[in-house]
Design a protein around this ligand. Sequence first.
Ligand SMILES: Nc1ncnc2c1ncn2[C@@H]1O[C@H](COP(=O)(O)OP(=O)(O)O)[C@@H](O)[C@H]1O
Ligand SMILES: [Mg+2]
Length: 331
Amino acid sequence: MPTPEEVKNILDKVLVPDIKRSLIKMNLVKDVSVADGKVDITIATAALMKTAQEQLKESVKGQVAKLDGVKDVVVNFADIKPKELNKIKNVIAVMSGKGGVGKSLVASLAAVALQREGYDVGILDADITGPSIPKMLGISSRPAMSESGLMPVPTRSGIEVMSINLLLQSDDDAVIWRGPLIGHAITQFWEEVLWGSLDYLIVDLPPGTADAPLTVMQTIPISGIIIVFTPQDLTAMVVRKAVNMARKMGKSILGVVENMSYLYVAEIDKKIELFGKSRGEEMSRDAEAPLLGQLPIDPELAKLGDEGNIEQYNSTMYNAFAQKLIKNVPK
Ligand SMILES: Nc1ncnc2c1ncn2[C@@H]1O[C@H](COP(=O)(O)OP(=O)(O)O)[C@@H](O)[C@H]1O
Ligand SMILES: [Mg+2]
């Protein structure tokens, strides 16, 4: 007769439909008991559609019945909400003083770096008014859902994503929501999405230092912040505002990233500082946090972003950023 542990090992190979991660990784197995050759398994229903429940029941029964000494397998479902099941070790928010500096791109690249390192990673797109995360990562399918919750949508490499863009009918549906509604959507993304067990949840914050990012920081327990900026004139002031806001909220700054730092022209082997002199060191000093990277303007990166293929990106500067990020994130 198998032990409950042995049954759980099998359940760690049963994949949840729509998400392609195991029942165990999604924290859906609530109870396993074994007595007289009978195995009783209780699975949480959170965000599982009826069809997904039926599918799971069948595969669980099939797999567990193969274990030596098992005569009967009973699968029960318990109505438990995602909020009670999620185990997220670290939430990292990506912030910028203004829009268009590459915040979403850096958020995606950070997620990719951590995922490549072998961590379980998700992205919560909290930039409700300009959600661009799904496009960069090449996903567009509607999240599966039930009355008790929503499933994230996995990218090709298995990063879990939730974004308002995935819930709207078309990419072009403008989101003109009032503040309180935005706050509500973010709360739902935090509480009602079945994230399961994650090492890192990357949050793409709304740009700026006004109400929207503040609401997010009050809703979600953020463990550290990454600040993204470009070398433009006003950036220094804007970054200082972001630093002040983070400090006021009692959040630690994990590091700063200078994006669009320069353009490298191979033909003349020259770095052109298109947006002005680099301010990486200065910003790092101001934020009292390490400079995690200086990413150049890279046409290849822009192309991959447009095509939804960010996960394929590789470059020397990106790898340097990835290494430094991994060193500086909370474990
Ligand atoms: N380093 C870079 N090289 C090339 N294109 C970039 C770079 N950073 C950002 N972009 C492009 O600029 C646009 C804005 O970036 P995005 O991350 O959406 O900005 P934000 O989220 O700050 O508004 C996107 O099309 C993105 O692909
Ligand atoms: Mg963005």
